[in-house]
Design a binder for this molecule. Structure first.
Ligand code: GLA
Length: 394
């Protein structure tokens, strides 16, 4: 577990609010390993928690005030009242925190008039497709849950995932699936998290022996709230509604068979047929990826990642030239099994599944070639698959 942000959040709390924070929580960022845009289509998606994240140190207040301080994002304490914060003009990142508080109040977990002091410290860059939003939501939810134990309430991880996910859908207005919140909360050292989004159930499976990830952050920032994510979400719903009229009983686009698409896809527009083809084939690629891992076949697992990227690029159209270039460069380096864009797309980061042969020199070579073309250098680092959210008393 990465305890540095937690220690930092606690000392930030002490200096800002002149008191010791009774509770804290830490939640990591995540990578989406494979299963691109399958989660809100009822499919299977594979992710891992990474070695950077966000910590929140917190204390409940009885006077209804909400006071927030972020080491990375605010130079002064931001303050609002529990009953007026929806109207308050606050920076956009605060919506992830206030959305969770709102969800806690709506569910009756927190008194309607209760407030809190929160200090936030992060090692996770924003806008990189590594889910700083879900990390902030879960760190907030975890810290509040820990504080509410004093009232005799025990809020389990499944409830916190649900509240964080609803906060993002409802309060932030981003119609994301369950991938980010699940992986951020359920990550496990050395393991991948496999989420069946149709049932919200998850399992964990070990990473192949000797393998890890290298992450390359493109210089194109990624913010899903203003991206075509919502359009894709709507397109997928339209496809499902069209197919439902012809294939009785289908409930999730990701669970359709490719043969269904061959038979009935002719009624779809060209763009909708390509979105459907991506989702339906991606779901099958996830299956192949999981089988490859079960057989310790990292070569085929890597091929699945490359094919997933190709499908994002040409069918779902959520890649960018920068991400394509990183994947193109990475796949020719020694020790790289496969690479692909990670998460929503339209900017953000590329992940590579690497074995011990992958050298820092190769990574720098990739960055040099990228810089030559785009005049900006990607940031890269190696990450393990890490543990998910943790919350505790100070
Ligand atoms: C974002 C969303 C997830 C998922 C991915 C794409 O990360 O938050 O729910 O839809 O994009 O797979």
């Amino acid at each position: 577990m990465n305890t540095t942000p937690a220690a930092d959040a606690r000392s930030l709390f002490a200096s800002a609010f002149d008191a010791t924070s009774p509770v804290w929580a830490y939640a990591p960022g995540r990578i989406e390993v494979i299963g691109n845009h399958t989660d809100y289509n009822g499919g299977t998606v594979v992710g891992a928690a990474i070695d950077r994240g966000i910590a929140v140190a917190a204390a409940l207040r009885e006077d209804g005030r909400i006071r927030l301080l972020s080491r990375e994002a605010s130079s002064a304490i931001l303050e609002t009242a529990a009953d007026t914060y929806q109207e308050a003009v606050l920076p956009s990142w605060t919506a992830y925190v206030l959305g969770v508080i709102d969800e806690f109040r709506m569910r009756g977990w927190m008194d309607a008039g209760a407030g809190c002091d929160l200090a936030i410290a992060s090692t996770l860059p924003v806008g990189t497709g590594l889910s700083s939003s879900a990390a902030l939501e879960l760190a907030t939810a975890g810290a509040l849950a820990e504080a509410l134990r004093d009232d005799g309430q025990t809020l389990g991880t499944a409830l916190l995932i649900e509240a964080a996910h609803r906060a993002e859908n409802r309060y932030v207005g981003m119609p994301c699936g369950l991938l980010d919140q699940t992986v951020v909360a359920r990550g496990k050292e050395g393991h991948l998290v496999v989420l069946d989004a149709a049932t919200s159930r998850h399992t964990v499976i070990p990473l192949p022996q000797g393998h890890g990830f290298a992450l390359f952050r493109s210089h194109i920032s990624h913010a899903l709230v203003d991206s075509p994510y919502e359009t894709r979400h709507r397109e997928c719903r339209e496809v499902l509604m069209a197919l439902e009229r012809m294939i009785p009983g289908i409930r999730h686009l990701a669970r359709c068979h490719p043969a269904d698409l061959d038979a009935y896809g002719v009624t779809l527009s060209d763009a909708l047929a390509r979105r459907a083809s991506h989702v339906i084939h991606e779901q099958r690629r996830v299956g192949r990826f999981l089988r490859a891992l079960a057989q310790q076949d990292a070569i085929d697992a890597g091929q699945c990642l490359l094919q997933s990227h190709e499908s994002s690029k040409s069918l779902f159209e959520n890649s960018t030239p920068e991400l394509d270039m990183l994947v193109g460069l990475l796949k020719t380096q020694d020790g790289v099994r496969g690479a692909r864009l990670s998460g929503g797309g339209w900017g953000g980061s590329v992940l590579a599944l690497v074995d011990p042969m992958f050298s820092d020199t190769s990574a720098e070579r990739v960055c040099d070639a990228y810089q030559e073309l785009f005049e900006a250098r990607p940031h890269w680092w190696r990450t393990r698959a890490c543990d998910g959210m943790v919350h505790a008393r100070s």
